[in-house]
Design a binder for this molecule. Structure first.
Ligand SMILES: Cc1cc2nc3c(=O)[nH]c(=O)nc-3n(C[C@H](O)[C@H](O)[C@H](O)COP(=O)(O)OP(=O)(O)OC[C@H]3O[C@@H](n4cnc5c(N)ncnc54)[C@H](O)[C@@H]3O)c2cc1C
Ligand code: FES
Ligand code: FES
Length: 475
């Protein structure tokens, strides 16, 4: 089996002797002895392990911040990996983001600092607009327990004024393409396969039926980083060419089963702006740079953020196997608590989201204890079609209200054929209580969830009816 080859801080590396489920973080610290990258939570929450991964896209090297604690080593094959040790120039001159951290006194104990520096580096390389909103979003995946964020945000702002510079020294230029393709890596009893096509994927699945399919690994990775599981066989979907496609047709947006949140975001923003706003609250940039919508669907969590939106938007999934394809609504795909209609040998090949018709309105709302990087207490998504001022159809889907994401069928029936006004929703709580009997947990009580869900529908009505000329956020 092939070795995993990649560039690390500009120098070519070849690894053929560690278990494939070794996390990138453990390899960096334990094998490469690059201990600048820290382990805080080992579950993607704190950002201390942030590194930058570079890939050639349209002829230029583009970097993304990722959580190295969630990545298995073969995931970085043919990538340019940058750690905090690789940012300074050969003459020792600090990278602008490092210098800005010093200039603005943005560090105290320093434990979080390498992670912040790498998140800022990715932001800086992306040449994004320097707005507080965007800076906050770029840094939302990093926690600091002692300095406070004001000076860190100022460091990011200051660094952004410096021109983008190529951080990688040594033999980095053009060297990525020269690295060999690693389609299979193994050590001991464990294997990690990286098929390049659907045909190769199905062949691998037939050969090792118990192998776990890996999207971005932001759910599955926890089994390695937290539970220290030694998974026998993993098949990555990230290299399957057919799963990386994004197709914008006249009537629908189709996202391949390996498309990450970050890749999908510009298209989602364009066609479903409220869904785009929700995307930005799924984990952090580090999570969204790896995680996929298909992974969110396959996990079938009752609080999976994309699921209510996809159900409200009447999205469908294409399920593919060696024997062909079948399509079904996302609503039917989710069959129970963390259960789906996926059969052995099948993958989610694509998610198809119909574009909104002219008279249709869509919005979605996420309630969580913390705005950034938090799991939902309740997620609501609504698609409304009106005819002659009356509700022709409402699709109202909720997460966090039952053992799986579900539509509120009694609510939908109660408003159909009636005027779309706040008054119509006066007694909507009664219908909602017939739809859901939510649980009480540390995120919220049953009564709170019911009240909040009803009020989110009222908010949608307020924002979409002629009674409200402004969005509620603007008040
Ligand atoms: C710190 C942190 C924050 C998070 N925040 C949020 C949040 O705010 N909202 C939210 O909804 N989720 C959140 N998540 C969960 C996770 O990021 C999402 O569910 C993500 O979409 C999973 O996608 P993935 O590609 O990383 O899945 P993976 O971890 O790779 O896989 C998850 C499951 O899906 C299966 N799978 C993946 N792709 C396919 C496919 N194409 N076909 C068939 N099966 C497939 C895998 O076999 C596995 O069983 C968070 C996770 C972390 C670690
Ligand atoms: S160690 Fe906390 S995000 Fe990786
Ligand atoms: S400087 Fe101590 S955690 Fe941020």
């Amino acid at each position: 089996m092939a070795a995993v080859e990649f560039l690390l801080n500009g120098k070519r590396h070849r690894v053929d002797d560690v278990p494939p489920t070794t996390t990138v973080l453990d390899w960096l610290r334990g094998h490469a002895r690059l201990t600048g990258t820290k382990e805080g939570c080992a579950e993607g929450d704190c950002g201390a392990c942030t590194i930058a991964i570079g890939r050639e896209i349209d002829g230029t090297r583009q970097y993304q911040a990722v959580n190295s604690c969630l990545m298995m080593l073969p995931q970085i094959a043919r990538c340019a990996v940058l750690t905090v040790e690789g940012l300074a120039a050969p003459n020792g001159a600090l990278h602008p983001v490092q210098q800005a951290m010093i200039d603005t006194d943005a560090t105290q104990c320093g434990f979080c600092t390498p992670g912040f520096v790498m998140a800022m580096f990715a932001f800086h390389q992306g040449c994004e607009r320097v707005e507080d909103r965007i800076i906050h979003e770029a840094l939302a995946g990093n926690l600091c327990r002692c300095t406070g964020y004001r000076s860190i945000v100022e460091a990011c702002r200051q660094a952004a004024r410096a021109p983008r510079i190529d951080a990688e020294n040594g033999d980095a230029a053009g060297a990525l393409a020269a690295l060999p393709v690693c389609s299979a890596y193994g050590a001991g009893e464990q294997v990690f396969l990286r098929p390049g096509s659907l045909a190769a994927l199905f062949a691998a699945m037939a050969e090792i039926p118990d192998a776990l399919l890996l999207g971005g690994g932001t759910d599955l990775g926890l089994r390695v980083s937290k539970d220290r599981e030694r998974i026998a066989a993993v098949i990555s979907l990230a290299t399957v060419a057919e799963l990386q496609r994004i197709n914008v047709a006249a009537d629908a947006l189709e996202l391949g089963g390996g498309v990450t949140y970050t890749q999908a975001l510009p298209h989602i923003d364009r066609h479903f702006p409220a869904f785009g706003a929700l995307f930005r609250r799924i984990g952090s940039r580090q999570i969204r740079n790896l995680g996929t919508i298909a992974g969110n669907l396959a996990t079938a969590s009752p609080i999976g953020d994309t699921i209510p939106c996809l159900i409200a938007l009447a999205a469908t999934v294409t399920l593919a196997s060696a024997s062909g394809e079948r399509a079904m609504g996302v609503e039917s795909f989710i069959t129970g608590y963390r259960k789906t209609a996926l059969r052995p040998g099948e993958v989610i090949a694509a998610v198809r989201i119909p574009l909104l018709a002219q008279d249709t309105r869509f919005s979605t709302y996420k309630l969580s204890k913390r705005f950034d990087q938090d799991i939902s207490t309740v997620v609501a998504a609504f698609q409304l079609e009106r005819r002659n001022g009356q509700v022709h159809q409402l699709r109202a889907a909720f997460g966090g209200m039952a053992e799986r994401v579900m539509r509120a069928k009694n609510v939908e029936a109660a408003v159909t054929g009636r005027p779309w006004t706040i008054d119509t929703l006066t007694n909507i709580d009664v219908a909602l209580a017939r739809d859901f009997n939510p649980m009480t947990d540390h995120r919220g009580g049953a009564a709170y969830r019911l009240r909040a869900a009803a009020n989110l529908l009222r908010r949608f009505a307020w924002e979409t009816s002629s009674q409200a000329p402004v969005r509620v956020e603007a008040l």
